[in-house]
Design a protein around this ligand. Sequence first.
Ligand code: DX5
Ligand code: ZN
Length: 218
Amino acid sequence: MKKFLASSLLSADFLHLEEVIHFTEKAGVDLLHLDIMDGHYVPNLTFGPPLISQIRNITNLPLDVHLMITNPEETIDTYCEAGASMISVHPETTKHLHRLISYIKKKNIKAGAVLNPATPLSMLEDILCELDYVLLMSVNPGFGGQSFIPQVRKKVDRFIKIRKILGCEQVKLEIDGGVNLENIGDLSRAGVEIFVVGSAIYHSDDPEATIQKMKRVL
Ligand code: DX5
Ligand code: ZN
C-alpha cells in the first residue's frame, strides 16, 4: 500500500512560500496540505482560494485542501476552481454532508470527511463507503505545533476495523496533528495511509532532511 507524506504549509515561512514549496517538492513530499481557517469554526485565520490558485501555478504536487470553515457549501466552488485535488470538510460545519461530498466528487476532486479528536467514528458510518478518505484529527483543529492526543491512536485501530467490516477498504485514512519522526512509523504500521506533517518538518533544523527521513520510514 502506497503511503503519502503531506506537508502542511501552516508552519512554513509565508514570506518565502515559493522557495519553501520548491524545496518541499524536490525533497520528495507527495502532497501539499493547505489548512483553510475562517476564524469562526476555528479560532484562527489563514488564507483562501486566491493563494491556492497561486500555489497551483507553481507546483505539480496535488493540493490537499483541509477546510475548517463554517457552511463550506456556500464557497465550495471557489476551492474547486482554485485547483484543489482533494477537499476535506468537517461534518459539523455543514447541514448536508452527503450532498456536499457528492458535489465535490462530481467535480472530479477527491472528497474527505474530517473527525475532531472528540467526534466519534460512528458519525460517518452511513457515508463512509462514499468517501475517498477520512481525516482523523490528532489535535484540536486551529493551530500547528500541538502534541498528538494519545487517545487518537486507538481510534486509528478502530477505524481500520470498522472500514473492513463495512467493506470499504478503498477509503484512505489520513492523520493530521502532532505527527513527527517518533510516531510516524507506528502510525504507518497501524494502517494510516496519508500523513500530514507541519511543524515537525518546517520547524526542524533541516526540513529537507526531515522529509527524506520520514519518506524512508514510510
Ligand atoms: C491543524 C491543522 C494541521 C496542522 C498540523 O488545525 O489541520 O494541518 O498544520 O501541524 P502540526 O504537524 O504542527 O501538528
Ligand atoms: Zn490540516
